[in-house]
Design a protein around this ligand. Structure first.
Ligand code: PLP
Length: 226
């Protein structure tokens, strides 16, 4: 059994190697350690190993753990956000990865106005059109981009995707590449940059980095299986 420290080092090394292969600077890529289902004690071990950015997919679970951990940690909400959890989530997460519908975006925008905040978000895209039940289809996103960008409170920093489950990491490559190309196209059309691409999990984060990810969301390769 390898230790959490060894796992973290190995993931960081593989991110660096993938960045190198792609001719990218490793400082462009941040590792989101996905700590969902793991208790605060285990997260603290990762903190001791130098990790400060964590991803959780359930608001309730995260809000129970966050107060038990150092205040310097940064938290990303990576899973689907239910509208009735938005108000609770906003103060605790620096980035919301999974904004996957116009209705959810509208709700976040409205509640953010009431709370006086400007949440940073990523739009989740179902680039493959299969696998995930969440996420904008690319064509729908293209159609609604202007409306999304007009929501005054949302800081739309980029895009997130989950590739369909596959035994081979390489199977994710075309989906990750599609997301990057979609990002490039939308950025050009809107005349703004979308610097953040969240793509890659334990099975395919190296491919994500090769295809331009700036955030990789890695759980089991760090913490072991859930
Ligand atoms: C659980 C989860 C991850 C991490 O998955 P692993 O395969 O354990 O690395 C990444 N992204 C999302 C959205 C998740 O829900």
């Amino acid at each position: 059994m390898s230790s959490l420290l060894e796992n973290l080092e190995s993931v960081r090394e593989k991110i660096a190697a993938a960045a190198d292969r792609a001719g990218r600077n490793v400082s462009e890529i941040e590792l989101v350690a996905v700590s969902k289902t793991h208790p605060a004690e285990v997260i603290r071990e990762a903190v001791d190993a130098g990790q400060e950015l964590f991803g959780e997919n359930r608001v309730q679970e995260a809000l129970a753990k966050i107060p038990m951990l150092p205040g310097k940690l940064r938290w990303h909400l990576i899973g689907h956000l239910q509208s009735n959890k938005i108000r609770k989530a906003l103060p605790h997460f620096e980035l919301i990865h999974g904004v996957d519908s116009l209705d959810l975006a509208r709700d976040i925008d409205r509640i953010a106005a009431e709370e006086g905040v400007f949440p940073r978000i990523l739009l989740e895209v179902n680039v493959s059109g299969e696998g995930s039940k969440h996420g904008f289809e690319s064509a729908v996103l293209e159609r609604h981009l202007e409306e999304l960008l007009a929501m005054p409170r949302l800081q739309i920093e980029g895009f997130m995707t989950m590739a369909p489950l596959a035994p081979e990491a390489e199977a994710s490559r075309p989906h990750f590449r599609s997301l990057r190309e979609l990002r490039d196209r939308l950025a050009q059309r809107a005349g703004i940059s979308f610097p953040t691409l969240s793509m890659g999990m334990s099975g395919d984060y190296a491919v994500g980095v090769e295809e331009g990810a700036t955030l990789v969301r890695v759980g089991s390769a760090i913490f072991g299986s859930r």
